[in-house]
Design a protein around this ligand. Structure first.
Ligand SMILES: Nc1nc2c(ncn2[C@@H]2O[C@H](COP(=O)(O)OP(=O)(O)OP(=O)(O)O)[C@@H](O)[C@H]2O)c(=O)[nH]1
Ligand SMILES: [Mg+2]
Length: 222
């Protein structure tokens, strides 16, 4: 027998985070705040889609946005123009948010009077998928220029998301992106994933996305 122990540190990091995430979700349930975690690669259109999403929801819900980035405040400045409450979170180099960081963001927003809090996670298809943020629903964006093979290459992200927005469909004629093949690949990873093609530029598909989101918010905040 070896004279040393092996500690599964990664495992304990995830277990602790899962506990924190469940605690945060229970608190949000009590306060009737719905938390959405929005993830994607850098530049897929998270902030642009959020602008459209806020416009679709703001007459009926009090919406707050947490913009997570390694640095800068450009996304918070963009969202501020919509009139929604917004906070910029800096992760100082970390490529994802965990439940503790999300809690700090929610507290920074002043969560008590929010119906909906949206977290724009760090642009990355790998690390954010591994950490439960305490969100009620996870959504992701895959944009046409990234290619239809992404469900094959980043399976975890597709399997933990409740909704997949395929964005930038306005540029479909210029790319060899096979929409049907992409849907098939995503559904093979996660048969329950709701798939909505959108263009955050033209607004196409945003009504369907907003309707899906409203259903989730109303079910949680009932
Ligand atoms: N053609 C087209 N361009 C889009 C669409 N959505 C976003 N863009 C453009 O894509 C670029 C990146 O969009 P953002 O919304 O900043 O993407 P993001 O995912 O928030 O980026 P990060 O926060 O840096 O990860 C911008 O130049 C947008 O104008 C779309 O539906 N169609
Ligand atoms: Mg952004």
């Amino acid at each position: 027998m070896e004279g040393y122990r092996i500690l599964e540190i990664k495992q304990s990091v995830f277990e602790n985070n899962d506990r924190e995430a469940d605690k945060l979700r229970q608190e949000l349930k009590k306060r009737k705040t719905f938390l959405l975690n929005l993830m994607s690669s850098p530049g897929s259109g998270k902030t642009t889609t959020l602008k459209r999403t806020i416009a679709a929801l703001k007459d009926d819900y009090r919406v707050g946005v947490m913009e997570a980035d390694i640095d800068s405040d450009v996304d918070a400045a963009t969202i501020e123009q919509t009139g929604a409450k917004v906070i910029q979170l800096h992760t100082g180099g970390m490529c994802h948010l965990d439940a503790g960081m999300t809690r700090q963001g929610i507290e920074g927003l002043g969560d008590e009077d929010l119906d909906v809090a949206i977290l724009e996670n760090i642009g990355n298809l790998v690390c954010p998928a591994e950490f439960d943020t305490g969100a009620v629903k996870n959504a992701m964006i895959l944009s046409v220029p990234e290619g239809d093979d992404k469900p094959l290459k980043y399976p975890l992200m597709f399997s933990i998301c409740d909704c997949l927005l395929i964005n930038k469909i306005d540029v479909l004629p210029y790319f060899d992106f096979d929409l049907e093949e992409c849907k098939k690949r995503a559904l093979a990873r996660n048969p329950k994933i709701k798939i909505i093609p959108i263009s955050a530029r033209t607004g196409e598909g945003i009504d369907e996305w907003a309707a899906w989101l409203r259903e989730q918010i109303d079910a949680w905040n009932a």
